[in-house]
Design a protein around this ligand. Structure first.
Ligand SMILES: NC(=O)CC[C@H](N)C(=O)O
Length: 382
């Protein structure tokens, strides 16, 4: 028997559908993702902490859930909204249904609403705060809850997802997937020791770094520059992560402390933090970039990359200090999609070269990091 559930937005709009996943109530920032597949990677990407994610693709859950496609130990988003969810998965990799996975992890879902109408509203008015509930079905009360919910801006959500202990990472792309994957001539030499500052890192990033011949040590994103440098790294990686980058002063201080001492590479939140650490500002995009089909231009080569993205904030071009230059642009709205430091070895991208899910066009950036570390160390990269 399907149970009714509702989504209320802070502008007073209410959508009525059916509950799936856990029964309950949750608030968050309502956003949308245009990927046609990859819902497991989206659910378990810690960057979605505090968000209610709507999938624009119409049928979700059809290939079920498996252990390989997880990007962290559990789902982190607040709630999940779909048009139609497949109750019975049909795929040889499926280990359980999406519904049972969400129930197990207490993630509230809503299905059967007009997701096109919701997405149009978010595109026109911008990302909004909202509440999904299958326990309170009173429109007025839900809209009130949406209005008074905390939202994302100014909050430190990284502390809710980061690891508390350092750990070593050894898994490569090739040792992870049972399916044949695109050949990537991996290095086995562990020539470079990378400290990955984890603000809510997706696992596929660590696999890519390992494939590039890096010995990867993951440290909590709250680590200080002294703690990082005491481990004698050849490079420091800044991970993706949830929420507003601006209040994360501890991370910006740490980055300032390692810049110029070792090469630095940042992805998504890591890119925003590198910008902030160098004196740039960040701002909230109207409705964000989330999907596996975002075009980016590499300004060095003029080549277009189709990229995987998930961000609601961006580095403000007008605020860039002279020490930073733009290397990539998002072609949908011309926002900054990549940065390079002009004086010290450091670069970053606003998108996800590890894809997962998504196209592999930007994988070369991991090799670029290896080359930067080789040059700084005075050894060969090949
Ligand atoms: N994927 C990420 O690292 C997201 C970065 C940041 N939380 C944003 O929304 O812009």
């Amino acid at each position: 028997m399907s149970q009714p559930a509702k989504l209320a937005l802070e502008d007073g709009t209410v959508f009525t559908g059916v509950a799936f996943g856990a029964i309950g109530e949750i608030d968050g920032e309502v956003c949308f993702n245009t990927s046609m597949t990859g819902y497991q990677e989206i659910l378990t990407d810690p960057s979605y902490r505090g968000q209610i994610v709507t999938m624009t693709y119409t049928e979700i859950g059809n290939y079920g859930v498996n252990r390989e496609d997880l990007e962290s130990g559990k789902p982190h988003l607040a709630g999940f909204v779909v048009k139609e969810f497949a109750e019975k998965p049909s795929n040889f990799r499926a280990e359980e249904s999406l519904d049972s996975y969400l129930k197990k992890h207490n993630i509230v879902g809503l299905a059967g609403i007009d997701t096109r109408a919701l997405v149009r509203r978010l595109r026109n008015r911008g990302a909004m705060k909202g509440v999904i509930s299958s326990v309170d079905l009173n429109d007025e009360s839900l809209v009130q809850k949406a209005k008074t919910s905390p939202g994302l801006v100014g909050r430190d959500l990284v502390r809710e997802v980061l690891p508390t202990q350092p750990r070593d990472w050894n898994e490569k792309l090739s040792s992870w997937a049972k399916l044949p994957i695109e050949p990537n001539p991996a290095f086995d030499d562990q020539r470079f020791h990378v400290i990955a500052l984890d603000y809510g890192m997706k696992w596929n990033i660590a696999r890519h770094l390992t494939d590039e011949g890096c010995k990867v040590t993951i440290l909590p994103g709250t680590s200080t520059a002294e703690e990082v440098l005491a481990r004698n790294p050849d490079g420091v990686f800044l991970s993706n992560g949830p929420g507003d980058p601006e209040p994360l002063h501890y991370a910006q201080d740490c980055i300032r402390g390692v810049l110029g001492k070792v090469p630095v590479f940042g992805i998504c939140l890591g890119h925003q933090l590198l910008g902030l650490a160098c004196g740039a500002k960040t701002f909230k995009l109207k409705f964000g970039h989330r999907g596996a089909n975002q075009p980016v231009q590499n300004l060095d080569t003029s080549k277009i990359e189709i990229t995987s993205q998930n961000h609601g904030f961006a580095v403000e071009e007008e605020s860039l200090p002279t020490c930073l230059e733009i290397t990539h642009r998002n072609l949908n709205d011309n926002t900054v999609a990549g940065l390079r430091h002009k004086e010290v070895p450091a670069f970053s991208v606003q998108y996800h070269p590890e894809s997962s899910a998504g196209p592999h066009d930007s994988r070369y950036l991991f090799r670029q990091f290896r080359e930067l570390m080789a040059a700084a160390k005075g050894v060969s990269a090949s």
